[in-house]
Design a protein around this ligand. Sequence first.
Ligand code: CP
Ligand code: NVA
Length: 337
Amino acid sequence: MSSTVHIVPFACPKFDTFVVSQRQVGKHMTGLHGRDFLSITDMATSDMLELLTLAAQLKSGAVTIDCKGKILGLLFRKSSTRTRVSFSSAMWRLGGQVIDLNVSVMQVSRGEPVKDTARILSSYLDVLAIRTYEQAELQEFADYADIPIINALTDLEHPCQILADFQAVQESFDGQLSGLTMTYLGDGNNVAHSLILGCALAGMNIRVATPPDYQPDAAIVEQGRKIAGDRSTVTVLTDPKAAVEGAHVLYTDVWASMGQEDLAESRIPIFQPYQINNELLAIADKTAIVLHCLPAHRGEEITDAVIEGPQSRVWQEAENRMHAQQALLVQLLGGHS
Ligand code: CP
Ligand code: NVA
């Protein structure tokens, strides 16, 4: 890869304005252009690998893409530090602008239908990232909006997270994803769902170890197995040690997600055997890395020693949210050269 910084022209589908570039190169429209990103499965494997390559180039500074004139809206019904700020920073770094919508003062909070809100916002914005509870609400926005809608986390999936996670895996394993084994420990939640589907797309083996009553959605597991075919495996189990043995990536998330705060205390003893600690980490492959989408509850799903230890990649994983989402915005808005 050349170390020269290229400012690449960006084609804006609505306004068709090209930013003057240092180097004129042809426009390349991607498979994601104009599409919604509601699930990690809205990407083909090739789209995902292309996006990760672009994310790495953006991170290294090998490529700069200008999206001047583009506006990203953020509509968040749940708390967020990383997703909200990394999307904002990503769009600003692309030369675009961001409107962080305050949903509590929007008419949709007073009963204006989602389908009306979606059509109105479509005419003001170029892309809209939504964090909400029900996947059905996200889908309704997508059905009525004519701009790309991004899933910034629902109760079902968290696909933007997985892009950053995979970028971190590639950084530790020489660009590799396919053939590696990831073990997810804890609650079979939104992050687990997107990891199951994302690993299947990437040709990674995934093992998900949860307490018996907290397994991932069976339909997601089945979908993951269908996508994986004979390239990789999707294994759901309850034994954390068996799940971790020889794994290349250990991953965990909070035991009680947003909206489940009242269950947090009672879940601690149930989930304790699934904590990522040095004892469990010792069973993994000796090159294993540890990921966590954050925010973390030290002493619950992960120990302080592990998250601060030499095998932790959580800080670069979190940084990658910004790079991967820059690449995502570029792909959804019209591709790059
Ligand atoms: N990982 C993640 O999505 O973090 P936030 O909830 O802070 O956005
Ligand atoms: N499963 C967690 C992820 C937070 C990024 C939640 O939904 O709260």
